[in-house]
Design a protein around this ligand. Structure first.
Ligand SMILES: [Fe+2]
Length: 404
C-alpha cells in the first residue's frame, strides 16, 4: 500500500502525517487505480453579504491569517475576495462590489453560504474525463490560468444545489504554482494584531463538510460521489435511531481514497414536525453545505478562546453528562467529563476510539451554515451517538425562532 504524502498546504502549516492521522483520520490508499484521484481540500469558497467584515471576523475571532486578496484595487471590479488560512485550511470569502455582480443574485437567494468546495487534484483532465463518462455536469472545462507566479489548471463540476467542486491542479510540468492563491489574487497581509497570549491557531485542518439535500435525494448524491468521483462509503449510517420526537434525518458518509475529504450527506426524514434539515432547505432555498468540521488537537483551548471572542455554541443539557449510560458508553477520555460539561463538549466512542465535538450556532443571519469543532482520538466516526442529544438541543433553538 503506497504511503500518503503531505499536501503543500499541510507542509506549509508544518503538520505531519501522524498528526493528520489523528486529526482527520487520514488513511493510506492506492491512488493509481483511482479513476478520480483527489489529493485533498483546495479551498472553501463562501459568498457573503459583506466580505470586508467577514474577513475581519475570521481573523479576529477564528484566528485565521489573511494571505491573499482580489478586488477593485487589482482589477477585479466585480467583487472583493479575501483568502484566509488556518493550518492546512483555506477559506475564500467573496462579496459583491458591482451592483450587477452574479454574487448579488446568489446572496439574495441563499444568504451567506458555501458556493464552492474546491478540491486539489493531481490531474484535472483525468478527473473531468471520468466525470463526463459518469454523467456529471461539467460547469467549467479544463483550462490553464497563469500569472507571473506560474500556472494552474482548473475545471469545475456541479454538485448538490448551487454548489460546485472546482478542481485545481497546482503542479504542471513538475512546477508548482507559487502565488498567494490563484492568478488574479495578490498576496495580502493582515493589519489585525492578535491579542497577547492568543494561540498561533485555533484549528489545524478541515475534517468534513456536511451537505443537506432534499427528502429522498440522499442516496442519489451518495451514488453521485461513488460513481463520478470514486468516493467510498464510510461505515457511519444514520437512520431511525436518531429520530427525536419532532424531527429526524437520514445520513450517509462518503470519503475520497485517503479520507482527507469526507462528505456526510443528510436528508430530512418524516417526523411529527419539520426537521432541522427542512429548516435549512427553506432558508437556503435548496440543498447546500450545512456544517464544516474544523479539526483541533486541543478542543478545550479552542472552545475557550472562541467563547472569549463571543462565539456561541449550542448548549448541551446537563442530563447528557449526568446520564450514567454516557459514562459507560464513552469509557476513559483524556479530560474529566466535568471539563467537557462546563463547555458543552460532546463525546462519542466507537470500536476505533473516541471523539470530542461541539457545534456553533448558525454563523450568519439565516439558520443555515455553521461550524463544528472536532478532536479525534482514533474514532473515524462523526458523532452518531450524539445526534439525538444534539438534535434535542438544536430543536430548542429552532423552537425559539418559531420554526418548529
Ligand atoms: Fe459533523
Amino acid at each position: 500500500m503506497p504511503h500518503n504524502t503531505l499536501t503543500a498546504q499541510e507542509t506549509e502549516a508544518e503538520l505531519d502525517l501522524e498528526q493528520l492521522q489523528q486529526l482527520v483520520g487520514l488513511v493510506d490508499y492506492d491512488a493509481s487505480t483511482d479513476p478520480f484521484p483527489v489529493s485533498g481540500w483546495d479551498a472553501i469558497v463562501f459568498v457573503v453579504g459583506n466580505a470586508t467584515q467577514t474577513a475581519h471576523y475570521y481573523q479576529s475571532v477564528w484566528g485565521m491569517e489573511l494571505v491573499g486578496y482580489s478586488g477593485p484595487e487589482n482589477g477585479n471590479r466585480d467583487h472583493k475576495a479575501f483568502v484566509l488560512k488556518s493550518g492546512s485550511i483555506r477559506f475564500v470569502v467573496k462579496g459583491a462590489v458591482a451592483p450587477d455582480s452574479a454574487l448579488v443574485t446568489h446572496h439574495a437567494a441563499h444568504g451567506d453560504g458555501v458556493v464552492d468546495i474546491a478540491l486539489e487534484v493531481p490531474d484535472v483532465d483525468k478527473c473531468i474525463a471520468q466525470a463526463e463518462r459518469a454523467g456529471a455536469t461539467v460547469l467549467d472545462e479544463p483550462h490553464d490560468v497563469a500569472d507571473e507566479h506560474g500556472k494552474v489548471r482548473i475545471a469545475a463540476i456541479a454538485t448538490y444545489g448551487q454548489t460546485r467542486h472546482t478542481l485545481v491542479q497546482r503542479v504542471i510540468d513538475g512546477r508548482r504554482y507559487d502565488g498567494a492563491y490563484l492568478p488574479g489574487y495578490t498576496a495580502a497581509q493582515s493589519t489585525y494584531v492578535k491579542r497577547d497570549g492568543a494561540p498561533k491557531r485555533l484549528f489545524q485542518a478541515l475534517d468534513h463538510i456536511v451537505g443537506n439535500v432534499e427528502l429522498g435525494k440522499m442516496d442519489e448524491w451518495v451514488g453521485f460521489y461513488n460513481r463520478v468521483m470514486g468516493f467510498v462509503n464510510m461505515a457511519e449510517f444514520i437512520g431511525d435511531d436518531i429520530a427525536t420526537d419532532y424531527s429526524a434525518l437520514m445520513s450517509k458518509v462518503v470519503a475520497n481514497g485517503n479520507h482527507r475529504v469526507k462528505f456526510p450527506l443528510n436528508e430530512p426524514a418524516i417526523a411529527k414536525k419539520r426537521s432541522q434539515i427542512d429548516e435549512y432547505l427553506d432558508f437556503y432555498q435548496g440543498p447546500g453545505a450545512q456544517h464544516l468540521a474544523l479539526a483541533t488537537g486541543d478542543i478545550l483551548r479552542t472552545v475557550d478562546e472562541l467563547r472569549k471572542e463571543g462565539v456561541e455554541f449550542l448548549s448541551t443539557p446537563d442530563a447528557y453528562y449526568e446520564d450514567p449510560e454516557l459514562r459507560a458508553r464513552i469509557g476513559q477520555v483524556r479530560v474529566p467529563v466535568e471539563e467537557l460539561q462546563k463547555r458543552g463538549i460532546l463525546v462519542d466512542r466507537d470500536e476505533d476510539g473516541y471523539l470530542l465535538q461541539i457545534f456553533t450556532r448558525p454563523l450568519g443571519d439565516r439558520p443555515t451554515v455553521f461550524f463544528e469543532i472536532i478532536e479525534r482520538h482514533g474514532s473515524l466516526g462523526f458523532g452518531k451517538g450524539n445526534f439525538k442529544a444534539l438534535f434535542e438541543s438544536i430543536e430548542r433553538e429552532q423552537d425559539k425562532r418559531g420554526n418548529l
